[in-house]
Design a protein around this ligand. Structure first.
Ligand code: G16
Length: 541
C-alpha cells in the first residue's frame, strides 16, 4: 500500500504544532477553527475501521448541543452505535500525531489491528447546519479518499439519521432502507400502526416542536408529509432566523428549566425541544398558574419503560425490561422506577448507556438530558414478532398488546437516541394510554435540581469514580462535597469534568429549590477554590 496521497493531502490539513485534543464524551469537540486536521484524520481512521470490520462506517460532523462556533465529529460503528472504546485510543493517536509522524501513527494502527489494506472501505458522511460543517465534512472526505475509501455523502442530516443509514447498510436492508425516504417511511408507518387510537382529537394530535434552529427542524419538515396529519406539528426555531442552540433547544430547556425563546405556548399544550443534531429530546408544558413543567429523559424513560412492561404483561411475554440511568437521573425517578422495573447505573455518555442496555431483553436507556432509546435483544424481537403474527390468538387484549409491541420496535431507532423517533414513540404511548401531558407529569414529582458550569484552568485535574458520582482528585474536593450535602435534607451533589465543553459540571438536588440552589452554589465555590477556578468566583443565581 502506498501512502504518498495521505502524505501529500495531510499537508493540506496541517495539524497546529503542539495542539493536543482529547476524545471526549461523544468524540472530538471544540472550536471549529481547531478541527480541520482532526476531520481529515478521522476520515483516515474511518477507512481503517471499515477495512477492519468489513462494513460501512459513519462519520458525523456536528457539535450537537454546543454553541454554533464549535464543531466536532462522531464516529459510527457497523450496527449504528458509537465507535468501540478501544478505537478511541487510535483516534487520539492519529489526531495528536505531529505532521511528520502521522504516517508512522497510521501504520501503527494498521499493524496492531492486522488490517488488510486490500479490503474495500465504505464511509457514510453526514453534517449538521453549522456554517463550519461544510468545509469540515469536505476534510473528512479528503481523508477517506486519500486512503482509497469510497464516500457516500448524505449532506445535512440529523446524527441519528446517519446512524440509521449505517445500520441499514450493514444489515443488507433488514433494518430498513439506507435512504432518507427509507427512514421517514419506516418510522412514520410504525408510528401510525402504534397509535391504536383512531379518535384522537385535534388537541391530542397537536404538538409544538422547538427545532433548536438546527438540522432536526429541517428534517422534521421533510417528514411531516409521511405522517399524514396524524401529528400536527407547529414548528418553532426552524432555522429561518435565530442562532443554533441559542436560548433554545433541549440542552437550554433542561439546564435553564425554562421554555425556549421563540415558542408560543398556551396553557397545557404539549411541547418538545430537540438539540442541535436532533439526538436529544425533552418535553414540557405550562400550567394554568404559568408554571413550567419539564418532562426530561427520566420522565420519558419512565413513560416508555412502564408502557413496555404493561404491554409485555398483557401479551403474556416473559421478557425483562430494565432502565439504565446516569448520576444525573433525578432521585425521584430512580425511587419510582426501582419499585416497578430493574434499574441499572452507568457513566455519562450514550456510548456507556448503550452498552449497559444491551445486557437486558429490553433495555431502556435515557440520560436526564433527553438522550436515549430502547434496545431489544434479538431473542426479544423474535418472540414479539412471532406473537404479533400469530393469527390463532383469540384474546383481543393479548393480540393488540403483541401488535403494539411489534410496531413500537419499528418506531424506535435502536442505533442511537433519536429526537424524531423518540417523539413519535412518546406520542404513540400517550395516545394508546390516553394520557395528557399533565397526567404523564404526575407519575412522580421531581426533586428540585440544579446544574451549573464552572470554568477551571485545566478540567483534567478533576477525576472521578463510581459512575462519576464521586471525585478522586483534587484531594479534599469530595470531602467538601460530602460535608455540604449533609447540610440539606434529601440532598445529593456531584462534580465531573464535561467531555464536550471546556468546563466542570456541578449537579445538585435537595428537598426545596432554595436548598438546591444554595447547595449548588456552595459546591461551585468548592470546585472553584480546590480545582483551580478561573475568572470571577461563582455567584448565586
Ligand atoms: C453528548 C453525549 C451525551 C452527554 C452529553 C454531555 O451529547 O452524547 O451522552 O450526556 O454529550 O456530555 P458532557 O456532560 O460530558 O459534556 P450531545 O447531544 O452533545 O452529543
Amino acid at each position: 500500500m502506498k501512502f504518498e496521497k495521505v502524505f501529500r493531502n495531510s499537508a493540506l490539513h496541517p495539524k497546529p504544532v503542539g495542539l493536543v485534543l482529547q476524545y471526549g464524551t461523544a468524540g472530538f469537540r471544540t472550536n471549529a477553527k481547531e478541527l480541520d486536521h482532526i476531520m481529515f484524520r478521522m476520515g483516515l481512521l474511518a477507512v481503517l475501521r471499515s477495512k477492519k470490520t468489513k462494513a460501512t462506517i459513519g462519520v458525523m460532523v456536528t457539535a450537537s448541543h454546543n454553541p454554533e462556533e464549535d464543531n466536532g465529529v462522531k464516529l459510527v460503528d457497523p450496527m449504528g452505535e458509537m465507535v468501540t472504546p478501544s478505537w478511541e485510543e487510535y483516534s487520539m493517536q492519529l489526531a495528536n500525531a505531529e505532521q511528520d509522524v502521522l504516517l508512522t501513527a497510521l501504520k501503527d494502527v494498521i499493524e496492531k489491528e492486522a488490517i488488510s489494506m486490500d479490503q474495500d472501505a465504505n464511509i457514510f458522511i453526514g453534517k449538521d447546519t453549522r456554517p463550519s460543517s461544510e468545509k469540515l465534512s469536505q476534510a473528512v472526505s479528503d481523508g477517506v479518499m486519500s486512503l482509497g475509501g469510497h464516500v457516500h455523502d448524505y449532506g445535512v442530516v440529523t446524527t441519528p439519521q446517519l446512524h440509521f443509514m449505517v445500520r441499514c447498510q450493514n444489515t443488507q436492508g433488514c433494518y430498513g432502507s439506507p435512504t432518507m425516504e427509507g427512514y421517514y417511511r419506516k418510522l412514520s408507518q410504525a408510528f401510525m400502526l402504534s397509535l391504536q387510537a383512531p379518535n384522537r382529537t385535534d388537541d391530542q394530535k397537536h404538538l409544538l416542536v422547538d427545532g433548536a434552529n438546527g438540522v432536526g427542524a429541517l428534517r422534521l419538515r421533510d417528514m411531516e408529509r409521511f405522517l399524514q396529519n396524524q401529528l400536527q406539528i407547529s414548528l418553532f426555531n426552524d432555522c429561518r432566523e435565530g442562532k443554533l442552540n441559542f436560548q433554545c433547544g433541549a440542552d437550554y430547556v433542561k439546564v435553564q428549566q425554562k421554555p425556549p425563546q421563540g415558542v408560543e405556548m398556551s396553557v397545557g399544550e404539549r411541547c418538545c425541544s430537540f438539540d442541535g443534531d436532533a439526538d436529544r429530546i425533552v418535553y414540557y408544558y405550562k400550567d394554568s398558574d404559568g408554571c413550567f413543567h419539564l418532562q426530561d429523559g427520566d420522565k420519558i424513560a419512565t413513560l416508555i419503560g412502564t408502557f413496555l412492561k404493561d404491554m409485555l404483561t398483557q401479551a403474556g411475554l416473559d421478557l425483562q425490561v430494565a432502565v439504565v440511568q446516569t448520576a444525573y437521573a433525578n432521585g425521584s425517578s430512580t425511587r419510582y422506577l426501582e419499585d416497578v422495573l430493574k434499574v441499572s447505573w452507568c457513566t455519562t455518555g450514550v456510548k456507556h448507556l448503550h452498552h449497559a442496555a444491551q445486557e437486558f431483553d429490553i433495555g431502556v436507556y435515557f440520560e436526564a438530558n433527553g438522550h436515549g432509546t430502547v434496545l431489544f435483544s434479538n431473542a426479544a424481537v423474535h418472540k414479539i414478532e412471532k406473537l404479533a403474527q400469530d393469527s390463532s390468538i383469540k384474546n383481543e387484549k393479548k393480540r393488540t398488546a403483541a401488535q403494539l409491541l411489534h410496531s413500537t420496535i419499528n418506531v424506535i431507532n435502536q442505533a442511537v437516541g433519536d429526537a424524531i423517533s423518540d417523539m413519535l414513540l412518546v406520542e404513540g404511548v400517550l395516545a394508546v394510554q390516553g394520557l395528557s401531558v399533565q397526567q404523564w407529569d404526575a407519575i412522580y414529582s421531581d426533586l428540585p435540581n440544579r446544574q451549573r458550569k464552572i470554568k477551571v484552568a485545566d478540567r483534567r485535574v478533576i477525576t472521578t469514580t463510581d459512575a462519576e458520582r464521586r471525585v478522586v482528585t483534587p484531594p479534599g474536593l469530595q470531602e467538601a462535597v460530602d460535608m455540604l450535602v449533609k447540610k440539606y435534607p434529601q440532598s445529593r451533589a456531584f462534580v465531573r469534568p464535561s467531555g464536550t465543553e471546556d468546563i466542570i459540571r456541578v449537579y445538585a438536588e435537595a428537598d426545596t429549590q432554595e436548598n438546591t440552589d444554595a447547595l449548588a452554589q456552595e459546591v461551585c465555590l468548592a470546585v472553584y477554590r480546590l480545582a483551580g477556578g478561573v475568572g470571577e468566583e461563582p455567584k448565586p443565581l
